[in-house]
Design a protein around this ligand. Structure first.
Ligand code: HEM
Length: 87
C-alpha cells in the first residue's frame, strides 16, 4: 500500500490534474485514492499513456484491470491531492 499521505500536500482540482495528461504539459500525473503521483519519469507512462489507460485523471477504479497491485506507486512521489471543486 502507498504510504499515508504526508501533511501539507498541495491541492489540485481535477481540471489542473487533467492538464498533466502527458499531452499538454511536460508533467505526467496520475491520481490514485485521492493522491496525485508524478509519473513523468516512467518509461511506462510515456506521453501519458499506459496500456489502455491515460494519465491526468483519477485511475483508482481502473486499477482493478491491472495485472499488478498498487505497490507500483511506491517509488513515485506524491505531489498533491485532489480537491473537489467548490461551487
Ligand atoms: C490493462 C491494464 C494494465 C496493464 C496491462 C498494466 C501493466 C503494467 C506493467 C506490465 C507494469 C510493469 C511492472 C509491474 O508489473 O509491476 C506496470 C507498471 C505500472 N502500472 Fe500498470 N498496468 C495496467 C493498469 C494500470 C493502472 C490502471 C494504473 C493506475 C491506477 C497503473 C499504474 C502503474 C504504475 C504507476 C506502474 C509503475 C511504472 C514504473 O515503474 O515506471 N497501471 N503496469
Amino acid at each position: 500500500m502507498p504510504d499515508e499521505s504526508p501533511p501539507n500536500l498541495r491541492s489540485y482540482t481535477r481540471h489542473q490534474l487533467a492538464l498533466r495528461n502527458g499531452q499538454d504539459r511536460p508533467e505526467i500525473w496520475v491520481a490514485y485514492k485521492g493522491l496525485i503521483y508524478d509519473v513523468s519519469d516512467s518509461r511506462l507512462w510515456k506521453n501519458g499513456r499506459h496500456y489502455e489507460h491515460w494519465a491526468g485523471q483519477d485511475l483508482t477504479t481502473e486499477l482493478a484491470d491491472a495485472p499488478h497491485t498498487d505497490n507500483v506507486f511506491d517509488k513515485f512521489k506524491v505531489i498533491g491531492r485532489i480537491v473537489q471543486n467548490r461551487y
